[in-house]
Design a protein around this ligand. Sequence first.
Ligand SMILES: Cc1ncc(COP(=O)(O)O)c(C=O)c1O
Length: 286
Amino acid sequence: MKGFDISNSNEFSKVPKDLFYFITNCPLQDLGFLDQLKNDQYLVSCNSVYYFKIISQKNIPFVLRLKQNEKSHFGLNFSEVREIKNELRSHSSFSGFHFHHGGEANTSETYLSAIRKLKSLITELGIEKPLSLNLGGGFSHLSLKEIDEVFSYAGQELKGHKIVIEPGRYFTEETGQCFAEVSDIQNDGEGLIVNLNVSRECHLKWSRINQIKILKDTDSVNRFTGKSMRVYGNTCYEDDLIAVIHHPHKEEIAVGDTVVLSNISGYSLGWNTGFNGIPQIKIEFK
Ligand SMILES: Cc1ncc(COP(=O)(O)O)c(C=O)c1O
């Protein structure tokens, strides 16, 4: 790991210093923190032609962000890049391209096809200098074999250029656990509806919770079993659904039990907001 993908000065203030920073989606008005960095310590990703026009007048090393699809509001589409190709070719601070395919549906083909398009764009623009090509994040659904395939392909098709990635969830997805207490249970015939004293909306957004383990610490005789479990949070929001677990366990669950939820991603740390007056979760690093 060489550094961080940073979106604003506040985020910059929270990460270790003296690394490399890839600055994505940062408001132009908030770029003042670049004064603290040397020119070879960062790249600013331009999100629009307008952004590019401003950045290219300053002494700031930059890349262009390419749209992941026509509907995305992040980045330039290929025709916009073509329109500024002469400025790009002659600009000494132009350093490459960036894309990020977010969301849940990435496969190795997502990257292979993006690499093919990138290669054809670079060839078409007639850019010969080595570029920094940032393939973004979104790797969490790919196996190691598929990631290897993506890198081999990138190495082969984009030879001579520097390949950068900025994975987030891939490293943090499985790191967290959440301890919670069961506050109510219904059996609606389909399975159990279990309410916890934590919430997706307040504490667990962007986690894909796939397991609930019961630490039986109550001696309640009113215990429930079911072939599925819909686990809800404690806000007033109807869709505060934390997880749906099929064939959860052979054990029985009771109000007052402490449970452990697995697969709490690093993103949930940032979403631990305390919406709806519900207290934030206490976080411990171990
Ligand atoms: C520009 C950019 N790069 C990388 C990431 C990391 O994505 P992931 O956690 O899916 O790897 C994000 C996440 O929002 C992002 O916006």
